[in-house]
Ligand binder design. Sequence first.
Ligand code: UDX
Length: 433
Amino acid sequence: MKICMIGTGYVGLVSGVCFSDLGNDVVCVDKDLNKIENLKKGISPIYEPGLSELIKKNYKIGRLKFSTNLKDSVIKSDIIFICVGTPTKKKTNAADLSQVFDVSKKISRFIKSKFKIIITKSTVPVTTGDIIEKIISKGKSKKLFSVVSNPEFLREGEAIRDFIYPDRIVIGTDSSRSNKILKNLYSPLISKGAKYINTTRRASELIKYASNSFLATKITFINEIANLCEKININVEDISIGMGLDKRIGSRFLRAGPAYGGSCFPKDTKAIVNTAEKFKINLSLVKSVIKSNEKRSLLLLNKLIEILKGKIKNKNICFLGVTFKANTDDMRDSSALAMIPSLAKKGAKINYYDPTGEKNVFKKIKNVTFINNIKSAIHNSDLVIIHTEWNDFKSINFKSLIKKKNFIVYDMRNIYSPLKMKKAKIKYFGIGR
Ligand code: UDX
């Protein structure tokens, strides 16, 4: 299959690279020349374990190409994936679809005589496929193309594994021709156990938003239960295990922690509420999840102040991990963005270490310093905050590394055992326990 991926963000790049690894000819297109030149050298614009190796391997074989030439790439391809960004509009919370429509107009110009499947892999609100179809069909026979929805469910940090071993592949189309071609494209993953679902385009678009909103709800639910656990001396981990063993509930995404962040959950929960409002439907549950999550960083910040008995000024606080979760360099909607500036403003001296390096966003904040190793970062700490769960943070010998006598560890990912910390005589706080 000749495939064209438009947009080399997370979804576009990972999917493109993986499709080429499955034996397809793939061209990844982006308007950012610098990005494309780097990709040709094997330099990935994102931190994703294993991605650079796959880029280099498939580029060398010649199955994977990078280009800024959308026209040539579209003309030569049978399947075109639209993978451009759909960020939140500033004032309305709606998804900004300008890039999707812009690309659709361009694609439309290059559909001439050969049948092409145009697929939205970007997360787009329900009915977007209908609009794309209208844009592309201007002055063109509908026999020449088909607009399909095929949402991507991969997670950052696990992207390659999630792509190769997805729980399900959702194809939204009523064209049996497209369905046949796409089932064939995905057959290597289906044979590895992925479920293949063919549904309507609109249902497919909504499946993605409903899934992300449900997962965000699950996390927010356990985070609120964790708040209750803290008051009545119960370990929320026991609740997660006890609930998760019920197959109707399931154990995944039931880990209490800081506010959820990243490029999808905050954006998609807002967008689905906005879409529903257009159809005069009130998604009150999702609205309350958004509110609860937005308040969570402040709630944890207050807990932190309580732990330090209100004395923040001149306290040495160390953050281990500042991205929205481990195994990514992505800062989008990370709860550290709410916590670090606020603590610095209150006079704390903040050191932070993140395996993905220094973050531009903190460079200009007074008293916030990046230290490039765990040992030096925590050495002089009054309080260590474990903000993400990188493996590097899982077996730190705090007693031998921290010189302050009464240092405190606030483990926001519940990595350490409270009992072991108690035995080691370390003042320790977790989430919901
Ligand atoms: C998410 C979806 O999982 C994925 O299917 C979709 O394609 C994109 O959005 P991602 O944003 O990469 O993926 O991260 P994910 O691993 O889902 O975590 C999102 C947020 O939830 C993070 O802040 C994470 O720390 C938090 N989280 C996740 C929890 O707090 N508890 C959990 O149990 C799971």
